[in-house]
Design a binder for this molecule. Structure first.
Ligand SMILES: *Cc1c(COP(=O)(O)O)cnc(C)c1O
Length: 423
């Protein structure tokens, strides 16, 4: 991956810019993946970082689940259709997308709920380590560090988790997490990519520093999994959470996932020990005995319809090389940045997303006046992104179904809206 921005086409007239974009599409090894999605050619969909497009395999699979598995087999489907084991089975399908070996990911609940499980579990782990005498003597791990730019729900949940575990939540700029992790740190919660700015945070540096301080890391992968290589196993990340309805295209409200690193599973003490995480759920014993493995991260009965829709949605990743996804994501975002800079009225847009590849996720955030009206007009003209208050336009680039001509059209439409003004 080079850090050199693509030189933008279009220097010799509008026709050649379209032609250059079409050539990039023709040379794109992922271009054919678009056919695996339900999309219309009238719309450029740049909101897959909020709700991924519908994979074409999902409607048929859901019809079968409802008609046959629920409608005819009814209760037999918990075993005969594999419903009961779906959370761990689908977790194993997500695992390669985040660089995890099998047996460490379970699907279920929302990201919010999984942040709670993971963070309290991480603090309890640090506490257990200290009790075993592995911490430096005389210090108290009384703080949970978190990146201050966090998606709000992570911050709300972390504040409650801190209060429940007798810690103080300390929000700091993401870039300061490595230098601030220390003997007082009980756990670190970090968003891998900032949902607002699209900035990619250095998960390797955060994890290394937290571990040097004896503290576990919880990574929120909502805006990175499915868009770029994550490598939780290789980085040593302790716990990870993420949603499946953004880059993983699982559908509205699709269940989230929880990664529990293999070496921590035997000591993972879930703050939500539901019966689905019990060693023998159908023994119906009054005492809780946690299951082996990541299964102890489960809580209650899984939402089977959403879960099986997600399972079908994940088929679009079969045979996809995530390094190729990343290369295309960077090429698309480079292209968009260059074309917007060339076409938009000077000074009308200020990129918030870092130009540096090593610090960029898969979305471009642009500061702009009149954001809500600008986005409404863009949507009216068939270019769908979104905005975050007070003044940030967001454009998510999903390499499996977005191309360079789409990106050319988005840049031109945005420039036109800014030139012409909104009503
Ligand atoms: C989208 C997102 C969430 C969403 O949480 P839910 O519980 O699914 O509503 C949480 N955290 C981050 C970082 C997100 O981007």
């Amino acid at each position: 991956m080079s850090d050199r921005p693509l030189t933008h086409p279009g220097a010799s007239g509008p026709g050649s810019a379209w032609a250059a974009a079409a050539r990039l599409d023709a040379a794109d090894p992922l271009a054919g993946r678009r056919r695996a999605f339900v999309l219309d050619d009238d719309t450029v969909y740049l909101d897959g970082n909020s709700l991924g497009a519908l994979p074409a395999a999902v409607p048929g699979r859901l019809a079968e689940v409802i008609g046959r598995e629920w409608g005819e087999l009814r209760i037999r489907s918990w075993t005969e259709s594999g419903w009961w084991t779906a959370p761990q089975r689908i977790g194993d399908r997500i695992a390669p997308l985040i660089g995890a070996a099998p047996g460490q990911v379970v699907v279920g609940d929302s990201t919010s709920v999984n942040v709670f499980k993971a963070l309290v579990g991480a603090v309890r782990l640090a506490e257990a380590d200290d009790t075993r005498g592995t911490a430096s003597r005389g210090t108290v791990r009384d703080q949970i560090l978190m990146d201050a730019g966090t998606f709000p729900t992570d911050g709300y949940i972390a504040e409650s988790a801190a209060r429940m575990t007798g810690r103080t939540l300390v929000p700091v700029p993401a870039g300061d997490l490595p230098s601030l992790a220390g003997p007082r740190t009980a756990a670190v919660l970090v968003n891998h990519v900032d949902y607002r700015t699209g900035e990619l945070h250095g998960l390797a540096a955060v994890t290394a520093a937290a571990h040097a301080a004896g503290a576990p890391v919880v990574a929120d992968l909502c805006h990175s999994a499915g868009a770029l290589p994550v490598n939780v196993d290789a980085l040593g990340v302790d716990f990870a959470v993420g949603c499946t309805y953004k880059y993983l295209n699982g559908g509205p409200g699709a269940p989230a996932y929880l990664y529990i690193r293999a070496e921590h599973q035997a000591r993972f003490d879930s703050p939500l020990p539901g019966w689905n995480g019990h060693r023998e759920p159908f023994a119906m014993t009054p005492d809780y005995r946690p299951a082996e493995g990541a299964v102890r991260g489960r809580v209650g009965t899984p939402d089977i319809l959403s879960m099986l829709a997600l399972e079908a949605a994940l088929e679009v990743w079969d045979g996809v090389d995530i390094a190729e996804v990343r290369a295309k994501s960077l090429a698309l975002t480079d292209y968009f940045l260059a074309r917007v800079a060339a076409l938009a009225p000077p000074g009308s847009l200020v990129p918030l997303t870092p130009a540096e590849h090593a610090r960029r996720g898969s979305q471009i955030s642009l500061r702009c006046d009149g954001t809500a009206a600008v986005m409404a007009e863009l949507v009216r003209r068939g270019v769908v992104g979104d905005f975050r208050e007070p003044d940030v336009l967001r454009f998510g680039f999903t390499p499996l179904y977005t191309g360079f001509t789409d990106t050319e059209r988005a840049a031109r439409t945005l420039a036109a809206v800014l030139r012409e003004g909104t009503r």
